[in-house]
Design a protein around this ligand. Sequence first.
Ligand code: EPZ
Length: 417
Amino acid sequence: MDKFIINGGKKLSGTIKVSGAKNAILPIMTATLLAKGKTILHNVPYLNDIKMMAHLLRVIGARVDFADEVMEIDTTHCSFFEAPYELVSKMRASIWVLGPLLARFGEAKVSFPGGCAIGTRPVDLHLKAMEAMGAKIDIEHGYIFAKCEKLKGAKIEFEKVSVGATANALMAAVTAEGVTEIINAATEPEISSLIDFLNIMGAKISGKSTSHLIIQGVERLNPVAMNMIPDRIEAGTFLIAGAITKSRITVDRCCPEHLQALIEKLTEVGCDLNIKENSIELIPAEHIRPVDVTAVPHPGFPTDLQAQFLALMTLSEGECKIKDTVFPDRFMHVAELNRLDANIILENGVATVKGVESLSGAEVMATDLRASAALVLAGLAANGQTIISRIYHIDRGYEQIEKKLSEIGADIQRVLA
Ligand code: EPZ
């Protein structure tokens, strides 16, 4: 297993570029199953999760070509409607084939996703949405078997905001008979991007960026070409890299509008942000102020930046509290950050962070994608050497992070196992 070796304490400077958004691209890849023909996606990073989704689409019968950030998906000959255990167990986003397969074939067999490092993560809301549209769902031998004659428009009211369930419901509804209403829908930019993609394909979805979506079912959709949105979580991670190393950097090719909640928190921390249309320059705080954060659904502070912000708070001049209402147990990074001499106490789902003067390098282990990013950030700021193992987690969602960070002055190397 590869490792990162980071010699911390170096100042960063210059411009770092953001790649396409993994969490926007994955559902869009599954949405291509809704139309026969060739879809072209631009600005697609070479990430493990994206390669795994491409593999799943090939299993279903699609032809997928991927080079130079362009992905071509030809779904003309898809005929297999199963997402097998070995793929779903590695990547929960595979559940997103459920809606499109049901819509296209009237049948789907998808392995039931298990728990994962950030929580139990049930899929009940996905299944309830499919049932509301007339699918019959059975769970047997670890698989979800879903069947329907023709999906029918329905009123779907989610009791909890779920990005995944909103995406699945949308993809099932676009070609269903009649009108579907989704109430308490997720409003994350990745959902808005999926809505844009579906509407370009010919869907009729209104209410984008609100929690109330109305979908008028259409007969058929057409394959299209689209540019993928920038990854707000990668952009946010880089902004925090500037803040934690007290470095002036520019994060380029990002969408500042998607980063409002982080921008507000970084301003409270004492950083100055020079915001342009597609870039943000971060002027770091001399003294990092402690700032409480509670991760909530969009437009609030994103759970996918909670670990990285917590890493920043370990060097604040005071005490603050971090909570996560989206994934209340998403705190695997706490014990590892404490190995770097941070002072964090986790009690009843609240991390109390008492800022320390400095972190000191140590050997730590990546436990999930964003926890790994938090360790990289802490390692960049720590005195001495930090060795991070199990970095395959970070490769799921950050394209060559060591290369991008080295280009702005970090001393980080990948050591191949
Ligand atoms: C997506 O996961 C993202 N994954 C996650 O990013 C992100 O953390 C999450 O949304 C929240 O923003 C991808 O886009 C691939 P949810 P998802 O359904 O869709 C509960 C990363 O680091 N819930 O919005 O699985 C659930 O347990 C990842 O890139 C149910 O109870 O998240 C959680 O508490 C990790 N029943 C809450 O809802 C359900 O049927 C929100 O989860 C579904 C979800």
